[in-house]
Every structure is written in structure tokens, then in C-alpha cells.
Design a protein around this ligand. Structure first.
Ligand code: F1P
Length: 337
């Protein structure tokens, strides 16, 4: 249900545009550095934020895991904006980091749960409009976080082209949900595996991490996301006959190199499941299976759309295995200790 509500989640969050512009008008002056702080899925949304803000607005941006904040955030000052991304707004590590950041810097919370601790303690707040999320694994709140981050980055960079493109995302997501039967069939065929790899470059790298996290969280299958160019620095040793490798390959600057990484794993016997454009004939000839995204979205918008089939793959494998996708073992929706 929550996976299916993602177009609405994006559409409703896009209504925050004016509020985000007001925040930017208020804080823009003098900000020399941005630092995202988050955990889990929210961390992956933050990583996408780094790529966007650095490439569109040219502001140096770091991403710090909330649990590592006290060890690594030693150079914050009043020219730093620290952005806390959290679905619940109650994650203990993020709250501790927020109290520290408030002492030196401007702080902004991007939070789904209204009235939560982060919304009360951060200087500025963007409320994502995903509605309540019951499933422990974040899905519709992830695309809502991304939507807020995209709006923030596009407004900061005064990038009207991206702002226009964002309006189309709800329709792109609905289209991505159309080929469910094929994804179900794929999930049946791939559920034999004990390990999965997810590869992506640039904007698709955080998507690879998020696809692997969804798999781990609800199917209990081991999944690792890698920046595709990192493969040859170690993980390639693990690629063997029949290992599923999910390659996220939207059209754009990263595509050519992603294809050569695909070939590297294919030549070592991997079972390649690619996600790419319906017009990508080269991808069709090289991958074993391909989930096509139609109409085509470019690699900058892709994180908002390509994550949907990855969530669905994890969901259907979970059903195949007879687990409850909403209540994975050992995990809590909100980590308050
Ligand atoms: C972070 C998070 C979630 C994950 C799980 C545990 O929470 O890691 O991404 O799905 O529910 O917590 P939050 O700070 O975004 O609420």
C-alpha cells in the first residue's frame, strides 16, 4: 500500500515549494557549507542531496551518519547549515547530533512526523507530506524526503528546469508501478540467491545503497550496494557464477561507464538484472533481465523513480519467502535508544 502511495507522497510534498523558498531566503546569505545528518534510509536520501547541492548550487556538502556525528563533525561553524533528515523525527542519534549542531550552526529538519522532537528542536523545518508510514522499511517517506531535498537544491540553485521536471515525477512513478507482473515474475526467479549486489554511479549510487537496504531489511537476504567504479577495488572478488547483480543504469553521463561495469560482472558469470530506459537497446542485449522505465527519465531525476522497482523486488521476494514485509524481525520503526 505504501509503495503504491508514492506518487501522492511526491505530489503532496511538492506543495512545500513556497515554504522551502522562504527558508532559503532567510538562511541563504552567508551559508558556505551544508552538512546532512541521518541514519538508514534517510542517510541514502541525504547522499543524493550531496550530489544535487554540490553539482547544482556549488556549495560543499558533507553527509554524516548520525551515529558518527560526534566523532567526525568537528569543523561546524555559523556558516554551516546542518540538515537533519528523519522520517520519525525521534531517532536518538539524530537528536543528540541536533543538540550539538544547534550550538554552532543553523539547523534544518526534513521530517515526516509532525510535532516530533526534531521539528521542535531544529531552527527550520520542512514537513514531508507522505502521511503516516506503518511499514518499518521506509518507502513513501523516502521519495518524500528526496522530493524536499530536490526542491531545496533546485530553489537554492534557481534551477527552473529541474523545478519543472519535478512536477512530472508523480506520473513517472505511476508509470514505474505499471509493470508489476514482470517484477513479480523476476522476484520468483531471483529469490534463490543468498547474496545480491546493487551497482550504480553518481546519482544512482545512493539508489543502489537503498535497494540493497530494502532487500536486507525485509527479505533477510544479504545485499550490498556499491558505487559501480568501486567494484574493481575489492568486491569483484565476490562475483561468481549465478550471483544476482542489479545494475541501475539510467541514461546520462554515467551510463557508458556503468555499462562497462555491467560487462565486468557479466563476464564473471553474474546474473544481471538491469533497470534502465525502454529505449536502451544496448542494455537489452547485455543484461539477462531488464526492468524498463518508461517514459525515459534522466539520471538526475532517476533516484525518485528507479527506487520503486527496487522496493517492489524486495517486497515480492519477502512474500515468496512468507515473511511479513511490514514487520521485519529485529527492527523498530523508530530507534529511540
Ligand atoms: C532511520 C531508520 C529508518 C529505517 C528503520 C530504522 O529512521 O534507519 O530509515 O527504515 O525504520 O530507522 P528515521 O530517522 O528516518 O526516522
Amino acid at each position: 500500500k505504501e509503495i503504491n502511495e508514492q506518487a501522492t507522497s511526491v505530489r503532496n510534498t511538492l506543495t512545500q515549494r513556497e515554504h522551502i523558498q522562504e527558508i532559503i531566503d532567510d538562511i541563504d546569505e552567508g551559508i558556505q557549507r551544508i552538512c546532512f545528518v541521518a541514519c538508514g534510509t534517510s542517510y541514502h536520501a541525504s547522499l543524493t542531496g550531496k550530489y544535487l547541492i554540490e553539482s547544482l548550487a556549488g556549495i560543499p556538502t558533507d553527509v554524516i551518519l548520525a551515529s558518527e556525528f560526534k566523532y567526525s563533525a568537528n569543523t561546524l561553524n555559523d556558516k554551516t547549515l546542518v540538515i537533519f533528515i528523519s522520517q520519525s523525527g525521534e531517532t536518538a542519534d539524530s537528536l543528540k547530533a541536533l543538540d550539538v549542531a544547534n550550538e554552532t550552526s543553523k539547523t534544518l529538519g526534513i521530517v515526516n512526523v509532525a510535532g516530533s522532537s526534531i521539528t521542535r528542536r531544529a531552527e527550520y523545518v520542512i514537513q514531508t507530506q507522505a502521511g503516516p508510514e506503518i511499514g518499518v522499511a521506509a518507502t513513501k517517506t523516502y521519495v518524500a524526503q528526496l522530493t524536499s531535498i530536490y526542491l531545496f537544491a533546485a530553489l537554492l540553485a534557481k534551477n527552473t528546469e529541474l523545478l519543472e521536471e519535478l512536477e512530472k515525477v508523480p506520473d513517472f512513478i505511476d508509470e514505474a508501478l505499471e509493470d508489476i507482473d514482470f517484477i513479480k515474475e523476476i522476484s520468483k526467479r531471483y529469490n534463490y540467491a543468498r547474496d545480491f549486489f546493487y551497482l550504480g554511479r553518481g546519482y544512482s549510487y545512493p539508489t543502489a545503497l537503498e535497494g540493497a537496504l530494502k532487500l536486507k531489511e525485509i527479505t533477510y537476504i544479504h545485499g550490498e550496494g556499491y558505487a559501480a567504479g568501486e567494484l574493481k577495488h575489492g568486491p569483484l572478488a565476490l562475483i561468481d557464477e549465478g550471483i544476482p547483480v542489479v545494475v541501475i543504469a539510467p541514461p546520462g553521463d554515467s551510463h557508458r561507464k556503468t555499462m562497462s561495469n555491467l560487462e565486468e560482472v557479466k563476464s564473471r558469470g553474474a546474473n544481471v538484472l538491469a533497470i534502465g530506459s525502454a529505449d536502451d537497446d544496448a542494455l537489452k542485449t547485455k543484461a539477462d533481465d531488464i526492468i524498463t522505465i518508461n517514459p525515459e527519465v534522466n539520471e538526475i531525476i532517476a533516484p525518485l523513480v528507479y527506487v520503486v522497482p527496487l522496493q517492489l523486488i524486495a517486497y515480492y521476494i519477502t512474500l515468496e519467502k512468507g515473511h511479513d514485509p511490514d514487520k521485519p524481525k529485529n527492527l523498530a520503526k523508530c530507534v529511540t535508544v
